[in-house]
Design a protein around this ligand. Structure first.
Ligand SMILES: Cc1cc2nc3c(=O)[nH]c(=O)nc-3n(C[C@H](O)[C@H](O)[C@H](O)COP(=O)(O)O)c2cc1C
Length: 201
């Protein structure tokens, strides 16, 4: 079978599961753990929201000067992990996506920033994400200063705020099942060719 067939199948399955999670009332169906690697090889992880996904990859937005932003600039490898609880007959589903990251285009970042709530747009300027905050008042002061700066005009996208796209090389679905007969379906790309296999759970 061709490369594209397995990749298309994995993306279709992912989309179906995300729809199911939405339908099942998951309060944050697009929340995913993003794992990155620090300078010393130490992994770090945090939650971000998936904002787009298609054959090009999986997109989230963040501050490029944050810890994750700097780590990804230095080492553009990431793993995403979704856990949707109680899907498919009340069992859990986990999806792991490994890949390399690339920045989204300026046009994509502009389009997405423009539809964010104004408070979030102001927050993107006001927050020095991942840096030491001396006091809560300091953040409120910065927020108010940004509000004043852009009063009556649209808030432009800060240059340090954009998106990363995780271009997958591995997508694995883990389906919980009764009596521990869990199922793992792994799709991976090697030398440009996607393949699919099962793994022992
Ligand atoms: C449900 C949830 C969604 C979040 N979504 C984002 C997001 O989309 N982008 C982002 O930069 N941070 C998001 N955060 C905050 C991150 O988890 C993290 O605290 C922050 O980005 C700083 O991470 P860093 O210091 O590792 O760079 C979210 C947190 C939670 C709990």
């Amino acid at each position: 079978m061709t490369t594209d067939k397995f990749y298309a199948e994995a993306l279709q399955t992912f989309g179906d599961l995300l729809d199911e999670a939405r339908g099942a009332g998951d309060p944050e169906p697009t929340a995913m753990t993003l794992a990155t690697i620090g300078a010393g090889g130490q992994p770090s992880a945090r939650t971000v929201l998936l904002k787009a996904h298609d054959q090009r990859g999986f997109v989230f937005y963040t501050n490029f000067e944050s810890r994750k932003g700097r780590q990804l600039a230095a080492n553009p490898q990431a793993t995403l992990l979704f856990l949707w609880k109680g899907l498919r007959g009340r069992e859990h589903v986990q999806v792991e996506i490994q890949g390399t990251v690339e920045p989204v285009t300026v046009a994509e970042a502009e389009t997405y920033f423009a539809i964010r709530p104004r408070e979030s747009q102001i927050g993107a300027w006001a927050s020095l994400q991942s840096q030491t905050l001396p006091s809560r008042e300091e953040f409120e002061r910065r927020f108010a200063a940004v509000e004043q700066r852009f009063e009556g005009v649209p808030v432009p996208r800060p240059p340090h705020w954009s998106g990363f796209r995780v271009v997958p090389e591995l997508i694995e679905f883990w389906y919980g099942a009764k009596y521990r007969l869990h199922e793992r379906q792994r799709y991976e790309r090697a030398e440009g060719v996607w393949s699919k296999r099962m793994l022992y759970p």
